[in-house]
Design a protein around this ligand. Structure first.
Ligand SMILES: Cc1cc2nc3c(=O)[nH]c(=O)nc-3n(C[C@H](O)[C@H](O)[C@H](O)COP(=O)(O)O)c2cc1C
Length: 374
């Protein structure tokens, strides 16, 4: 845990020039955050935690607040609509090691918005001010809000909400450039993000559709945002953080992606446990991740830039493993998981692919392999 910045200007500076792994329900699980950390993500955020459950001491919800000592800078995202409850949850998060708190004002899920939380708060700027003020009175850590443009694109309320929040002590505003009603249908609106950046005295962290260095350059130029947040692209290509850092795309081989999976499994076993229960959970998370990882399209000469918003062209796999990793069916996911857990022998039909697959993949072997993965 880092020493908290002491002044308002230091708290704002804390959010400058950052590339942040976004809060993602399921996706931002602790082992995945560690994997991204090893691949260059310096700032990570938890899965969204429901403040009321945190405040009541729910074990499952408190588990979402857990931070690994190797995480350099870790924030907890909270969702709730009652100022006293969210502030109590923020205090618990800080006691458990959060470097900063993010307040969710964008979650579109009915279950959350019907209770007045998430994007429902985009229509209640006064309440947002009360929540922020309560957190500010309770914890001295940097505090951000994460907004969408508004509930609907016809009525963009993000600026009004952000201005109230800043007046009550918020240090940064993350803007996902879509309304609640748009979901992912349209491209994120970086002009809108730029307008907020120009209007607000705190760092604005742009979010939406960044999938590689060119996207980052273009969105930064368009919006003026120094800091950005990455969600889906991190799930599809967790090595994106290194690419953004070095301003250079990487052609990642199927063997490298396999090593990445073995590393994830090793980190997940360390986190969830090496018993039957732990391994079952690892398997569930792994299969969830495979459905994102398979969306990666290896760059070929002349192929269009990878885009999160467009259907990707079919591609010719260069080897059997690349083919397997690109398959979208549950059988392929199960087969990959089996191989990673060594529940079944490696399919003889697959050509040898170097160190990663032909050998035993016991938990120990996974840990050994993982140690060599950069
Ligand atoms: C699987 C998944 C889970 C998400 N869960 C959350 C969440 O818990 N809290 C949140 O603020 N946003 C959540 N989001 C939204 C992302 O943080 C981000 O705002 C959005 O995906 C746009 O960024 P991108 O274009 O880089 O994906 C989630 C997104 C995905 C794909």
């Amino acid at each position: 845990m880092s020493t908290p910045p002491e002044t308002e200007s230091a708290r704002r500076d804390f959010f400058r020039r950052r590339v942040i792994l976004a809060p993602m329900t399921v996706g931002s699980n602790l082992p995945f955050r560690r994997l991204c950390g090893e691949l260059g993500a310096e700032m990570t955020v938890s899965e969204m935690a429901i403040a009321a459950k945190v405040a009541k001491g729910s074990r499952n919800e408190l588990a979402l607040l857990r931070r690994h000592p190797e995480e350099k800078c870790f924030g907890v995202q909270l969702c709730g609509s009652r100022p006293d409850v969210v502030a109590a949850a923020a205090e618990i998060a800080v006691e458990r090691g959060a470097d900063f708190i993010d307040l969710n004002l964008g979650c579109p899920i009915d279950l959350v918005t019907r209770r007045g939380g998430g994007s429902a708060l985009l229509n209640r700027s006064k309440r947002v001010g009360e929540i922020v003020a309560a957190i500010r009175r309770t914890v001295d850590r940097p505090l951000s809000i994460k907004v969408r443009t508004g509930w609907s694109s016809k009525k963009p309320t993000a600026l009004e909400v952000a201005e109230v929040a800043v007046a009550e002590g918020v240090d940064a505003v993350v803007v996902h450039g879509r309304s609640r009603q748009q979901r992912y249908r349209r491209a994120a609106d970086w002009d809108f993000i730029g307008e907020l950046r120009a209007a607000l005295p705190v760092p604005v962290i742009g979010n939406g559709d960044i999938a590689g260095p060119e996207d980052l350059r273009e969105r930064r130029a368009l919006s003026g945002c120094e800091s950005v947040m990455i969600a889906r692209a991190a799930l599809i290509k967790p090595w994106i953080f290194g690419e953004l850092e070095q301003d250079c795309s990487r052609a990642v081989s199927s063997q490298e992606r396999w090593s990445l999976l073995t590393r994830y499994v090793a980190l997940a076993i360390e986190h969830f446990g090496d018993d039957d229960y732990g391994r079952e959970r690892v398997r569930r998370f792994l299969i969830w991740h495979l459905d994102f990882l398979r969306r990666w399209v290896p760059p070929r000469d002349g192929s269009p830039r990878y885009s999160l918003q467009e259907r990707q062209p079919a591609f010719e796999p260069v080897d059997a493993l690349e083919d397997l990793l690109s398959r979208a069916d549950a059988n392929a996911f199960e087969s990959i998981a089996d191989r990673l857990f060594e529940l079944e022998p490696v399919d003889a039909a697959l050509p040898p692919i170097g160190d990663a697959m032909g050998r035993e993949l016991s938990a120990d072997a996974l840990k050994r392999q993982a140690a060599g993965w950069g």
